[in-house]
Design a binder for this molecule. Structure first.
Ligand SMILES: [Zn+2]
Length: 83
């Protein structure tokens, strides 16, 4: 979980920290959670992140672990969830 973000911008390593991120789909109202770089933007393939399955992981516990509310990223695009 302490893995550093691999994203580099103009040769400068990303200074982002891991954060619980809630991605909400406007069309389906489905929320998905990821643990990712706090500099993460939706559809950003470069920042480091992992998907969190809420049926396996306790989201509120993770929320407490990451010290605060999940970052909300809202999108009309479907977030692909590979289980
Ligand atoms: Zn990053």
């Amino acid at each position: 979980m302490e893995s550093k973000c691999q994203f580099h911008q103009n040769g400068i390593p990303c200074s982002g920290k891991p954060k619980l991120i809630n991605i909400k789909n406007y069309q389906t109202s489905v929320s998905n959670y990821i643990i990712g770089c706090d500099k993460y933007q939706f559809n950003d393939k470069y920042h480091h992140y992992i998907k969190v399955d809420p049926t396996i992981y306790d989201i509120s516990l993770l929320n407490n672990l990451f010290n605060g509310n999940a970052i909300m990223v809202k999108s009309i695009l479907f977030f692909k969830y590979n289980i």
